[in-house]
Ligand binder design. Sequence first.
Ligand code: PMP
Ligand code: GLU
Length: 413
Amino acid sequence: MTLSRDSARLSRRAEQLKASSTLAVTARVRELKAAGVDVIAFGAGEPDFDTPQPIKQAAIDAMLDGATRYSPIPGTPEARKVIAEKLNRENGIRCSPEDIVITTGGKHALYLAAQAVIDDGDEVIIPTPGWVSYVPIVQLCGGVPVEVPASVDNDFRITPEQLERAITPRTRAMIFNSPSNPCGTTYEPNHVRALAEVLARHEQIMLFSDEIYEKLIYADFAHLSPGSIESIADRVITLNGLSKAYAMTGWRIGYACAPAGGKDDNPLAKAMARLQGQMTTHIASFGYAAIVEALSNGAEAVESMRRTFARRAERMYALVSAMPGFKCPRPTGAFYIFIDVSDHFGRTSPGGKRIESGLTFAGALLEEANVAVVPGEDFGEGCDKNIRLSFACSDENIDEGCRRIDDWLGMLS
Ligand code: PMP
Ligand code: GLU
């Protein structure tokens, strides 16, 4: 039987879904490098380090020992216990192993949380600039994203007043991300407490706290997990994973901690596991040993990578903040600098391209100067003035890439 034209028709959902622009830039860089082009990649949102050897070894040993079959859907008891202990010890989140669901990356942890909580038409507050996948994930769950734009003058942090104004009777959840992708800025403990005070007054709202960059802070304050704040703790789903802190992006290991809400049989964690059981089943079975090793013995490796990122943050910030027409906050976390380049709009690149958005800026920069950056467009409304640079690359690349950008800016007319 041949397929009729109609059976190739895409669902509305698939048709409307945009590809991830961060992953698209990474894919384009891979293609260009394979074709022999000397590209400097400031696009990738992933550490350039390799996974620490003991973590790899733990997974290899587990595989050789037979961890090759199906596992319990939310993860092995040992891995869930190690995660719960970490969250209690480091984050002050009171939880037990039954509250933990181990997922295929931080991305799917958020997707499961959203699937478990959001019904058609529910509003979800998303501070912007925010990670490119937040809006699509909410939409895939039938939710309505409500963007709350943060100002660069406030280091891209939304204020409690802005949050209060965005809340309606239909608000069901909020996504919170600190340190932030793409801003590279961080909410200090007093900022987190102030937002929590607002949420405490609105009992219908769940908070999805994306803490994937919690270990990468370059300022002299500590990360505060909203899930540790008593007044809202039973409404916070904490999301995290091994990708960024342990240089394990390709492993696809994340986790969610869902509060039990005073119930013995944590219905939220159970719902997320049920969803996972119909979606991915679970992570690769030898990954659990890697989780145990990373969270038990990986602290030194993480701290050493953090120190390197901190140096690179200063290096790249010094270079880009000195460039004409670039406006950005000093990075205090994650590995990004989000730059307003709109001063250059209306100008023409040396290759004859008119620069009128982050997209045209990034496109011309890649083609003409061989520097890959992520255009701001998909990080939220109004972010088309911006580009995102990642400093998860070597000092030499930071220096060379910034030199190319500076030279190219000098040739705009
Ligand atoms: N949240 C944020 C803010 C991110 O930047 C990323 C990056 N990939 C993720 C979640 C998900 O990470 P992963 O799925 O690779 O674990
Ligand atoms: N989160 C990273 C980034 O923003 C990796 C790609 C992705 O999953 O978006 O670049």
